[in-house]
Design a protein around this ligand. Structure first.
Ligand SMILES: Nc1ncnc2c1ncn2[C@@H]1O[C@H](COP(=O)(O)OP(=O)(O)OP(=O)(O)O)[C@@H](O)[C@H]1O
Ligand SMILES: [Mg+2]
Length: 224
C-alpha cells in the first residue's frame, strides 16, 4: 500500500553479552504486535535465541511478531532489512553481543533507534562503554539514528546507586525513562515462548514493557 510509511527499525545492540538484548527485543516486538502493528524480529545473532524463543510458542498462542533468521547476512544485513520495509510497521533487530561486528554496524546503518540494554552494575557498565563510540561514528553516516540506554535487570527495591550514576554519562547516550526490573517472569517468558503479558502474576513486568514501548513510540514520533 502506498499510503503506509516504511517500517521503523529498532536495533538492540551492545558490546557485552547478556544484558537483555533478546529479552527486550522479543518483548518490545511482542507488545507492538499485541497493539496491532505488523512486526518482525530480525534475528541477527548466530546464537539464534530469538528464533528458538518464537519456536517454543504454544500452538494456540503464536508469538505476536514474525521472527526471521538474518544472522548469515553479516555486513549485508542493512540491504536485507530494506526488503522488509514495506511489509512491516516495525522491525526489531536482535544483534549479536559485539557492537563492532559487521552485523551490528550494518543494523545501525539503517536503524531509526538503537536501544542499548545495560545491567546497572559497575563491571557491566565499564565493559559496555565502547558502544557509545560505535553509535556516534555510525551517526555521522546515518543522521536519523537516535539512541537510548535501557537500564535492565535492576534489582527490586534499589535505586540506581549513586556510584553508578556517573558511569552512565560515559556512554554519551541518554537513558530511556522506563527501567526494567530483574524479574523471574522474564526468564519464564523465554522458556515458554511467550511474553510476560501472557503470564499470570506478571503484571509489574508487563507494565514495564508497556511503558518501555510507549517511550519507544514517543521517540520515533519525535516527541522526546
Ligand atoms: N529483566 C530481566 N529480569 C530477569 N532476567 C532477565 C531480564 N532480562 C534478561 N534476563 C535474563 O538474562 C539472561 C540474558 O538475557 P538475554 O538473552 O536477553 O541477553 P542478551 O543480551 O540477548 O544476551 P546475548 O548477548 O548472549 O545475546 C537470560 O537468562 C534472560 O532470561
Ligand atoms: Mg541475545
Amino acid at each position: 500500500m502506498t499510503d503506509r510509511r516504511p517500517a521503523r527499525i529498532i536495533a538492540l545492540v551492545n558490546q557485552k553479552g547478556g544484558p537483555g538484548k533478546t529479552t527486550l527485543a522479543m518483548h518490545l516486538a511482542g507488545e507492538l504486535g499485541r497493539r496491532g502493528f505488523r512486526v518482525m524480529v530480525a534475528d541477527a545473532d548466530p546464537q539464534g535465541t530469538a528464533t528458538r524463543w518464537a519456536a517454543a510458542a504454544p500452538e494456540d498462542l503464536p508469538f505476536p511478531a514474525a521472527v526471521g533468521g538474518l544472522a548469515a547476512t553479516d555486513g549485508r544485513l542493512h540491504r536485507e532489512l530494506r526488503k522488509f520495509l514495506e511489509v512491516f510497521d516495525y522491525i526489531v533487530v536482535d544483534c549479536p553481543p559485539s557492537a563492532d561486528s559487521p552485523t551490528s554496524q550494518s543494523a545501525l546503518l539503517v536503524a531509526d533507534l538503537a536501544l542499548v540494554p545495560v545491567i546497572p552494575s559497575p563491571p557491566d557498565l565499564w565493559a559496555g562503554v565502547a558502544i557509545g563510540q560505535v553509535i556516534a561514528s555510525v551517526m555521522a553516516i546515518n543522521d536519523g539514528l537516535r539512541a537510548r540506554l535501557v537500564v535492565n535487570q535492576r534489582k527490586a527495591h534499589t535505586r540506581l546507586a549513586a556510584s553508578l550514576a556517573p558511569l552512565l554519562p560515559k556512554y554519551g547516550i541518554p537513558v530511556l525513562d522506563t527501567q526494567v526490573g530483574d524479574r523471574e517472569a522474564f526468564r519464564h517468558a523465554a522458556a515458554g515462548g511467550v511474553t510476560v503479558a501472557d503470564l499470570p502474576r506478571a503484571s509489574k513486568a508487563a507494565e514495564e514493557i508497556a511503558s518501555l514501548t510507549d517511550d519507544v513510540l514517543a521517540i520515533l514520533k519525535g516527541a522526546t
